[in-house]
Design a protein around this ligand. Structure first.
Ligand SMILES: Cc1cn([C@H]2C[C@H](O)[C@@H](COP(=O)(O)OP(=O)(O)O[C@H]3O[C@H](C)C(=O)[C@H](O)[C@H]3O)O2)c(=O)[nH]c1=O
Length: 182
């Protein structure tokens, strides 16, 4: 497997080894020992999956009190995956990182605790799967406004994105609760 640093402390791009043959492909999408050696030091407790269609934007979400590390990848389709560093003491605080994750490039993004995370769907449909380093606590769920001008995220929009009511009500960075001690 290949591991790439991103310039954001702890945020990693991981490409697992893919075994292709006439039947299709096989890949290990997580292996605790190998991923810990690579810097994925979360103990995952929950797996999530979502399916979305083109033009949907989910995010930018994070949990205060119980910040979740995430290991995300696309099984099928293409997204622009985006995360924003909300760790006050990080050299990349307030900066966003974007990467195209597709079923073909097999890339994974390891997002350490302390980031807001979301994605925009580019392909007609996407199946998105991810491991979480803490449980879901709806009372601690927070949303950073996807198009906060301060973030300057270059979403590859084709028209207005389709958002949940929660995501429409996201807060700009300057009004968000951030992480003082991560
Ligand atoms: C996240 C989550 C949600 N839910 C329930 C709550 C709602 O009734 C329903 C949809 O939740 P939501 O609209 O928050 O789902 P997404 O918009 O896909 O949220 C996720 O999308 C972005 C990309 C993320 O990075 C987060 O992991 C996560 O917030 O699932 C649960 O029961 N458990 C969970 O862990």
């Amino acid at each position: 497997m290949e591991v790439e640093q991103t310039g954001f402390p702890g945020l990693l791009v991981i490409t697992p080894r893919v075994f292709s043959d006439e039947r299709g492909f096989f890949k290990e999408t997580y292996q605790q020992e190998r991923y810990k050696e690579a810097g994925v030091d979360a103990s995952f407790v929950q797996d999530n999956a979502s399916r979305s269609t083109a033009g949907i934007l989910r995010g930018l979400h994070y949990q205060i009190q119980h910040p979740q590390a995430k290991l995300v990848h696309v099984m099928k389709g293409e997204i622009l995956d985006v995360c924003v560093d909300l760790r006050k003491n990080s050299p990349t605080f307030g900066q966003s990182y974007s990467i195209r994750l597709t079923g073909e490039n097999h890339k994974q993004l390891y997002v350490p605790p302390g980031f807001a995370h979301g994605f925009y769907v580019i392909s007609p449909q996407v199946d998105f799967v991810y491991k979480c380093g803490d449980y879901y606590y709806p009372e601690h769920d927070r949303t950073l406004l996807w198009n906060d001008p301060e973030l300057g995220i270059d979403w590859p929009l084709s028209g207005e994105p389709l958002l949940s009511e929660k995501d429409r009500r996201g807060l700009p960075l300057k009004e968000c609760e951030v992480f003082e001690s991560l």
